[in-house]
Ligand binder design. Sequence first.
Ligand SMILES: [Zn+2]
Length: 419
Amino acid sequence: MNYLKDQLQKANHQSKNQQLIKETNFTYVFNMIYKYRSISRAQLAKITHLSPTTVSSQVDELLQKKLVIETGISKMRTSGRKPIMLNINENGYYVVSIEMKEEGFDCCLYNLLCKKVDERRHGVKDFLYIYDELLGAVTEILKESHIPEDKLIGITIGVPGLIDYENQHIISSTVVPIEGNNDFFEKLQSRFHAIPVFMENESNLCAYAEKAFGNDGNIRNLFYIDVGKGIGGGIILDGNMYRGSFGLAGEIGHISIDFNGPRCKCGNKGCLEIMANIPSIIQKVIFEIMSGRETTIKEVSKNDLNKINTDVISYAAEMGDKLALEVIKENAGKLAFGINNVINLFNPQTIVIGGEVTKYGLSFLEEVKRQLHEIELKPNIPKINVRYSKLKENACTLGGACYMLDTIFHTPKMLRNGA
Ligand SMILES: [Zn+2]
């Protein structure tokens, strides 16, 4: 009896292994077509070292699931029968990528090649009812793009705030007024239960997009810092998104740059976020004006303190206004301190600065670098590239779409079941 039991277990094990190999081959062949874009079955067999029969059966399934298409006969000058080329069926499936913002959210639709095919901006009056708004937006963008719901294979929501990934809710956000007990995400996952639905920190998604589309070459370690109303950070470590043990890695906004500084809402003192975010710069300007300081900012904002914003300060700095130049330089110094802490901790190859602060222009970036060079470990100076984001407003939703697609493409069960 024991012999039979052993044999049955062995057969079961072998069958599971065979299934696993089949699924891995399926993903492997798909990713090779994704990489090379126009490729024949024979070329695939050569590159993957899989047998022509295995390649053929995987390609048949990919064609049947409409993940790839045959694009016609090869134009290559070869003798004999010309092979049929295969490519990704870029509009075969779609993902929705959403970025939550201060007064609403952006809802974007991306195809399998991570190309944005549609986008809509939605205002939200009360974030208490955000689930209905999100569901309405997803339904609307699909309907108006004439895409049936079964062509949707994933939804990512980027949130500017701290996320409890284990319990899948927002812990806190400087930007979006959502309470931790809001169950919008749970409801969305339940509504779209057949496909993956991710909630991810916005800066993590921006970092992911910068790694994928920032043209930095084959970099493995990158840090993204977003400076706006809040200050957030995202880490790419060894090519992957790094969240840390409890999802809170990269929170550069709550790294202290002054032990004796003001108390932050997180409990720490002198956090970079309260010392160097956009509102802190504006407050400094207002304080100086109210103390009687002469500045062209007053004229540019038509003597209305409420009109002082990043554009006004940036314009005044371009005109050579001393106060504007002073606050911008001071802010560059604070950011340089925060960034230096990150550099000394994990030594990335690239630091990307994004968010509203980039409106201060290239002279601001140069000032951050100059002050950074004064304090950073000298061997790092020629090696670490500090740059602005090249992706601007797209970064979060692009990162969300790219992260979703990469996850699906490299998870055999998701790729076979989702499609
Ligand atoms: Zn803090």
